[in-house]
Design a protein around this ligand. Sequence first.
Ligand code: HPA
Ligand code: ZN
Length: 326
Amino acid sequence: MSLSSIINNIPKAELHLHIEGSLTPELMWRLAKKHSVTLPYASVKEIEAAYNFEDLQSFLDLYYAGAGVLRDEEDFFTLMWEYLSRCHKENIVHTEIMFDPQTHTERDIGFDVFMPGFLRAMDKAKQEYGISSYLIMSFLRHLPESAAFETLSEAEPYYKHITAVGLDSSELGHPPSKFERVFKKAKSLGFKIVAHAGEEGPASYIWEAIELLDVDRIDHGVRCQEDKALMALLRERQIPLTVCPLSNLKLCVIDDMKQHNIVELLNEGLLVTVNSDDPTYFGGFLNDNFVALQESLDIDEDTIRTLAANSFKSSFLPEDVKRSFV
Ligand code: HPA
Ligand code: ZN
């Protein structure tokens, strides 16, 4: 079997996916028409052409503007259903999906609008495709900690549907330490903890995520190699890194996929996984990320199988279910 068939056919879990970052230009266009929202683009092609970024912030500006077309429960259902249908095509059998409540509550669209839409699509995907999915509620780190506390409290009616709490948005200047108290509270409520760290930010942000937020996983984390002691800790504790290769390329964290350090991290004994982050903005869903790595790096069938096994090992699935996949 060719490597690309193995990539397509092997069962996988996806652990780093922002649902708002799976909004296709076609759906954005359709919803803009539906709600009479004026987009700064004249066609779907123009939307696609705008997706050239120089750093994380230049992406986030378009990503938050794009999410402005999501207005009613049906929109959130459709967004989630389109992503989960894509998972079915790609043999993603389990997915842990981040959503950014503040991107919507700041526009007066509440949990009672987006949560029922998300949950209905997740139930349907379980019924029709057998896909299991968990939700990760992410706080926007460019906003104050008090806003994260408010969001945590607004989410209360939906706690049983949320597995983990995370931290995303503009990294530089917003270290994990800014959110120490709200993550302590989230942990005490029983949530798993993840945080973006070491994407654009330094290795010290990864330390803070581990020591102050007590994370179960690090999102991105590719800058960990700058610190030997940190590498040793990640190896020893097997703290997973959810790495997103096409995202790193599109946001200029690397200049060329040949420079990606994922194989080095793997060879150093770290628990790394492959993920798509914001697939419609970064030019590829999960299998495209595997293919991009395989085309540029020294990756054989064993490496692909290890990365797929790592995706289950690093998930929040119950231990017995994890074991059935690795
Ligand atoms: N980094 C930080 N925040 C984000 C990202 C990312 O890659 N995607 C969506 N929000
Ligand atoms: Zn991300």
